[in-house]
Design a protein around this ligand. Structure first.
Ligand code: SAM
Length: 270
């Protein structure tokens, strides 16, 4: 996969030289290029921003340096059909999820446009559709100072899904969000630490029981921390053991979806 990142702070992307992503670059699995937006300016001050039309606080990123930078990137598209995908980090974009990471990991060429100040002149986003499939993407419902932190997170989440990047691909399968649930808790040696024991089932060697315990813990943790995920979970074809575990947690399956079970008469409070 080829990845191009444009930023006015290219040094901000230095962590992409480290750890598994850095190694993936060295191994030729990820062809990542970081570009300085100011290199695409033509004035003496290398200006990338100006005041907003209509007034208001802050500055807006000028269109032309972006058009120059993105045109040069579009020309670098590796052979193959379709357009490169341009991710525009923005708190006003669609939410970045594990499902989107999987989708983007299938692409041959991704470009990221790191905004700063109040963002990029909107005409750049309209124009970019000629050369890219454009996707404004948000890391979450909060506002960062710039797109760089969002790009670090997205490139790591996408890059680790590329074949060969994570040594044992099995470890991707049971992770949080891979199947719409959070991951079960994990433990390592020693089996007793500061008087706290590892759940005995994990020491039993009984793989069936361990799998069942882990599944139950996934449901318990998701119900406790992210009930919104449980309610979106496809529960149409759940085995009986899962249904029982969910009933114990206060959920029932209605039309393939999980819903909090109505309180039983003995549980109702006056
Ligand atoms: N005025 C913009 C708004 O309210 O939508 C926010 C601009 S923000 C200060 C500057 C840049 O940070 C954005 O252009 C975007 O690149 C990045 N950014 C901020 N929050 C983000 C988020 N939640 N997800 C992704 N990128 C974000």
């Amino acid at each position: 996969m080829r990845v191009d990142v444009v930023s006015i702070f290219p040094e901000y992307l230095a962590p992409l030289e480290l750890s598994l992503i850095g190694k993936a670059r060295q191994d030729g699995l990820l062809d990542l290029h970081v570009h300085d937006l100011r290199a695409f300016t033509t004035d003496r001050h290398r200006t990338v921003d100006d005041t907003p039309y209509g007034g208001g606080a802050g500055m807006v990123m000028k269109a032309e340096p972006w058009a120059q930078a993105l045109s040069s990137i579009a020309e670098k598209r590796p052979e193959g059909p379709g357009k490169p995908v341009l991710i525009v980090p923005s708190p006003a974009g669609e939410r970045f999820t594990q499902a989107l990471a999987y989708e983007l990991a299938e692409e041959k060429h991704l470009a990221f446009a790191c905004g700063r100040y109040e963002g990029i002149d909107e005409r750049v986003i309209e124009w970019a559709h000629e050369h890219f499939t454009v996707r404004p993407v948000s890391l979450g419902d909060y506002v960062l100072n710039g797109g760089e932190v969002a790009v670090l997170a997205m490139v790591e989440a996408i890059g680790r899904l590329l074949p060969g990047v994570v040594g044992n691909p099995e470890s991707l399968v049971e992770e949080s969000h891979s199947d719409g649930l959070l991951e079960y808790p994990v433990y390592t040696k020693p089996s007793v630490w500061r008087e706290r024991e590892v759940p005995p089932v994990l020491l039993s060697g009984n793989h069936g029981k361990i799998a069942q315990w882990r599944r139950h813990e996934q449901f318990r943790r998701t119900a406790e921390r992210r009930p919104d995920l449980l309610e979106a979970f496809d529960a149409g074809k759940l085995p009986r053991a899962d249904r029982t575990a969910l009933q114990d947690l206060g959920y029932v399956v209605v039309n393939g979806r999980l819903q909090p079970r109505p309180a039983r008469p003995e549980e109702q409070q006056d």
